[in-house]
Ligand binder design. Structure first.
Ligand code: SF4
Length: 87
């Protein structure tokens, strides 16, 4: 019986599903639509995510634009469509 999942664990797992669906939708939108708004992608001018910034994103177009987010994009910015550059 040690391998039974508790009710609390099931609730925790189910609670994460909408977040996964939202993230998947954002990525799908990025692929389907060539551009979106800063609000749509939760863009910020200054990233708060350690190691994640537009300058390190595969979708950044130097010096100040982006493949998926419209408008001026700061190299230090970040959005929900962040995709790290391949090394
Ligand atoms: S994190 Fe990437 S996708 Fe998002 S605005 Fe910056 S360059 Fe564009």
């Amino acid at each position: 019986m040690a391998d039974r999942i508790s009710r609390g664990e099931i609730i925790s797992l189910l609670a994460g599903i909408p977040l996964i669906a939202a993230a998947t939708t954002a990525v799908a939108s990025a692929a389907d639509d060539s551009s979106g708004t800063k609000a749509q992608y939760k863009y910020v001018d200054k990233s708060t995510k350690a190691g994640q910034a537009c300058k390190n994103c595969a979708l950044f177009k130097a010096p100040s634009s982006c493949v998926v987010v419209k408008g001026h994009i700061a190299a230090a910015g970040w959005c929900a469509a962040y995709a790290p550059k391949a090394h």
